[in-house]
Design a protein around this ligand. Structure first.
Ligand SMILES: [Zn+2]
Length: 280
């Protein structure tokens, strides 16, 4: 699933190719491609010119020369591709937006991604009103973010994945940030020192910026940038998807456990089990 570095890579590609262009024709090819919360049909944006491509966490939106915005979420497998108009339709093509010589195409194999027309309040689409700033956002406030982590009173990984606490982090970068911080995913936020939470946020931020610098992580081959190219960060993953491999820090075998309907990967030596869950 695309996380902040992947979505930001896509945003940059879109900004480069789409800003200044007009949506000349909008064709929706799958009903699930339009968000149920969309305030209008996607095709109603025909004729709008794109002025900027913005992002918060994993949400993208196209600012237009009108009050509405076009918001997008890649879900599990969504892709935005810039293609020549003459390119044949992709197998999982869901929305085709003609920009003239080029198309902006939304492709989504698993159909959890979507596009939606939205209005903005204080400069942000209503879709993201409950989404906290991500660490790359100019509105990001470290102290307030730490406070939200503390207030959650839950396992640290659950808080790290909670987009209302801090956005942008998904399963891959959560596991990597926890490993870098030597924190077990099931450690409780309320027993954690402020300095440890701060360190974790800093590590999440640095692992995501390292990933961004190489175009993100294309672990399951579903994530690609707008030109169809993969990112290279999976080569640098320490724990995610590395079950049975040696920990890059201590050599102990990386373990995988079920957590919140997903997998958590961690080093049992560097990230010892917290006391509360040891007796379970
Ligand atoms: Zn280790």
């Amino acid at each position: 699933m695309p996380e902040l570095p992947e979505v930001e890579t896509v945003r940059r590609g879109l900004a480069e190719h789409v800003v200044g262009n007009k949506f000349k024709e909008i064709t929706v090819l799958h009903r699930r491609a339009t968000s149920p919360k969309s305030i209008a049909a996607l095709a109603s944006l025909k004729g709008a010119r794109v002025t900027e491509v913005a992002r918060r966490g994993k949400f993208l939106w196209f600012k237009l020369d009108r009050p509405e915005v076009l918001v997008g979420h890649l879900g599990m497998s969504g892709q935005f591709l810039i293609q020549p108009r003459s390119a044949p339709d992709e197998r999982h093509l869901r929305v085709k937006i003609s920009l003239g010589k080029l198309d902006l195409r939304f492709i989504d194999q698993r159909t959890f991604g979507w596009l939606g027309v939205d209005e903005t309040r204080d400069g942000l689409p209503t879709y993201v009103k409950d989404i906290a700033a991500d660490p790359f956002d100019s509105q990001f406030n470290l102290d307030e973010t730490i406070e939200r982590f503390k207030k959650k009173k839950t396992e640290i990984k659950r808080a790290l994945l909670d987009q209302g606490v801090m956005s942008g982090v998904g399963n891959i970068y959560a596991d990597e940030a926890l490993w870098r911080s030597k924190i077990h995913p099931e450690s409780r936020t309320e027993t954690m020192k402020v300095s440890r939470i701060k360190e974790l946020i800093e590590n999440a931020s640095s692992v995501m910026s390292e990933a961004l610098s190489v175009g993100g992580t294309s672990f399951d081959d579903l994530y690609i940038n707008v030109n169809g190219e993969s990112g290279y960060f999976e080569r640098s993953l320490a724990v995610y998807g590395q079950e049975g491999e040696g920990c890059p820090r201590c050599g102990r075998e990386i373990r995988r456990i079920k957590f919140a309907n997903r997998s958590s990967h961690f080093c049992p030596k560097c990230q010892p089990t917290p006391r509360a869950s040891r007796n379970r």
